[in-house]
Design a binder for this molecule. Sequence first.
Ligand SMILES: Nc1ncnc2c1ncn2[C@@H]1O[C@H](COP(=O)(O)OP(=O)(O)OP(=O)(O)O)[C@@H](O)[C@H]1O
Length: 982
Amino acid sequence: MTSHTLPRPSRPSIAPPTGPLPSLPVAKSRVSNVGGPALRQPSGSLLPARASNNSRAVSSPQRPTKGHTNSASNVPTIPTLTATDSTAGPLPPGKSLRKTVSIGAFPQPPKHASRLGSHPPSPLSASSTPNGETVDSRIAPGFKPPITPARRTSLKKTTPRVSNVGGRSLIGKSPLSPPSLLNGSGESLAVENGNHLTLPSPPQSRNSSAQGSYATSATTFEDIGDDDARSHAGPHAMADDNATQKDGKGNVLVSVRVRPDVGAKDSKQETDWEVSGKKALISYRGRDGGDHYYDNVFDTQDNNARVYDAAAKRLVRRVMEGYHGTVFAYGMTGTGKTFSMQGTATNPGVIPLAITDIFSYIRETPHREFLLRVSYLEIYNEKIHDLLAGPIVGPNGQPGAQEEIKLREDAKRGVYATPLKEEIVQSPTQLLRVIARGDNARRVAGTQFNARSSRSHAVVQIVVESRERGASGSLKDSKRTAITPGGVRVSTLSLIDLAGSEKAADNKERRTEGSHINKSLLTLGTVIARLSGDKDKATSDKDKSSKEKHLPYRDSKLTRLLQGALSGGSLVSILCTIQIGASGSIAANNTHIGETLSTLKFASRAKNNIVSHAKKAEESLGAGGDAGSRALLDRYRLEIQELRKQLEEQNKAKETQSVHEEQEKDEEEEKIRELEDRQRHEEQMLEMQLARTALKERIEHLNRLILSSKSLGVNNSRSFSSMSLQRGSTVSEFRPMSIRSSASHATLDVPRRGSQNTLSAVPVDGDEDEDSLGDNGDGTASQSAQIQSLQSDLVDKNRYIATLEKRLLQARRTSHSRVSMSLSQKVGGNSEEGGLLAIIAEKDAELSNLRAQLEDKERMIGALTSARKKNEAAQELGSDGSPGSRRTSQQRSEGTNGSVLSKGSPVTTSPRSFSLTSASVKPERNMDDVTRMLDEMISKQVDSVRTSADRLRRSSLPGDASASGTRRSSLRPVNELISETS
Ligand SMILES: Nc1ncnc2c1ncn2[C@@H]1O[C@H](COP(=O)(O)OP(=O)(O)OP(=O)(O)O)[C@@H](O)[C@H]1O
């Protein structure tokens, strides 16, 4: 015999778990040959073996992990296994390959994937990718795992075993036998020690039934990888292939597991039985006995990991690739169905191990994205219950009845239960937790054979949706382009723990349950038996419908639910559990044997009759159909797209809004600026207006003043002759005149009249009519009018002062606000502030000047009053008609004139030059002085106002040409005024 190096899927370094996963029991590391083709290598040929860290990590919150201790746990030491020499292999005989798993960890995607050089694709390593490529995802090229002593010590079994998956011995079989989806490519060759290889036999080599008949395990080929393998299989294999392709049976695995029974170990019953895992044979030598061959036979020594590897692992991977798969455990009550499916904390069963593999596959397949959802139902007394729905609370707080779950069928999904809660799961822990929750809700009760017997059929359904990631394939890119258009593939893994068949029940409830259980199991048996009857018939489409009619799927919920799997749409793995020998009465023993034989017959029928044409699920693009029928991944993709669109729209709206807000802000600022400008302009206009009004008033007043002086002079000159004129005139009738002309006129006119017409009462020119003042033409009237005028002048002055004060106040306020505004904006604002302060100071000075003038006026009024008194006294003296009185009159006239002049004199800026005793020429000069002084004063006023306005303009509009234009225009009235006054 030549030695072989078995290809072993290498589990690359196990990365630490992403989440806190509880540690889990370690499965025995082995390479199982699940129905794979026999592999025979030339002596010395080496195929890479699986890495020793081919570990299985299952995390379950309910199942504390206990790993098998192994000194070589962390060493990737996979022995090179030989198939020839039972003694000289690298593993000592009787040692099974065990290893310690890094608990809670999951395998990472392989770093290297290659074919095995010139070797044909190994059933162990060849794995069909979703794209149909055959890749070795586990073995690094040229990898030769060292064999370490530690590894050898980990081999446990003393009896060399061959797991004859497919019921065939490897001897004499080609290693390149055609693979099938489940047992064809033989991904997991079972190697229990170094002495034997467990390789799948060619289909025709297997023929087993309860009746001793021998059925052929056919093989179908669905993927390129398998086709590829087949092309290397030689003519014989190809011939087989042609036959089996038609048959399409290689997608069904039937395994039988024998439960250990310590109590009946040495009983006679046990000696009637022969269980050979190596031959995949169970023989019973008693009544109705015979040899029964299956795809796998697991003896009492085999643990759950071994069962999973051989019976379910490949199916699970196929489900991940897009096939539907169904695993169910069938057997008499208490024979280990639940034990096999669920397992224990230290010995996890098919369900937790499948979950581990599902997530391992996802990690190993970065080019696809997955979505997993799980549902869990039970069929109890022919009613379906949702095990994930949780307790239903009625309106009165009492537990309510669950909504009835019905089975429906559609072309896409086949038969399905609805309404059923489906939970989306993202981690093994989460998935295990969901299933554990369902387990707790499941109905169990004590029976004669099982203290905790499942009283219902329990169905875990894991729906796997997957889609190709972005075309670039790189993880980084695919993350970015996660939502690329592409078909979604939906496949379902159904893991079913059937209730146990039983013949005896000791109470009514159990009997009722039992009758339902038995009925459904009977229907299942009937369907499978009839499948056998149909298999020889031509299965044209016409016949197909008639065939479905007579297959009693609808007779029970169980068969209805399994319809898809049993009618060929799914890969199927059936695990039948039996127990050999049972302690108790002979009757019980006989019952037990009868049940066991019945189970074996069921298994044989299933193996022979069920034909699976399972195909990879089509990739649906999700565009058609109603939303409910679409794959969730599609729905999510659409939802994501929709949400993204909404987000983009919102972003756009936000951007537009912010632009609008900015515009509005700008507009608002512009408006504020305009408003400020307008306010400033109005302020200036007001100031100008005030200045103008004040000046006008001043001019009027001064006009009046001058005219009063003139009229005083006229009156004085006429004092001797005006008696006859009798012309009424009041101060208020004075016509406003040009200051200069009227002043000069008055200045020139009065003395002339005074000198030339001293005694003449005849007016010289018409002006006199206008200029004359006083009803009586006497000095008293004109003086009192003058006093009146001066008083009104005083009032004017006061008003003017008030106006100036108001302006001053405003100017101060404006300058304050401008200073505070410009302080923050401008450097060197101090000079401007200084300018404003200077204006204020100037205004103050102007004010005090005006006050001084006012005082002068008052003094003048006083002087005039005294002059009047003197006049009156003179009048009294002159009333006698004496020459003296004429002279006195003359003198009075002079005195009056003098008083006028003396009055005019204080109006000038120098009241100190005032003299009542001046000659008649003097008043003339004094009038000139008064006129000049008034001119000066007015021009000073005008200059002052102009300067103030200029300063204000400069201070309020620094560097703003357009605004300064506005200001300039606002100053125009002042200029006009200036020109007017000048
Ligand atoms: N292979 C095995 N190794 C060790 N113990 C086992 C094995 N199979 C079953 N058992 C034990 O036998 C008992 C019954 O097993 P289990 O409940 O799995 O039977 P079952 O077929 O599911 O029965 P039922 O149909 O009544 O639910 C359990 O205590 C279980 O631990």
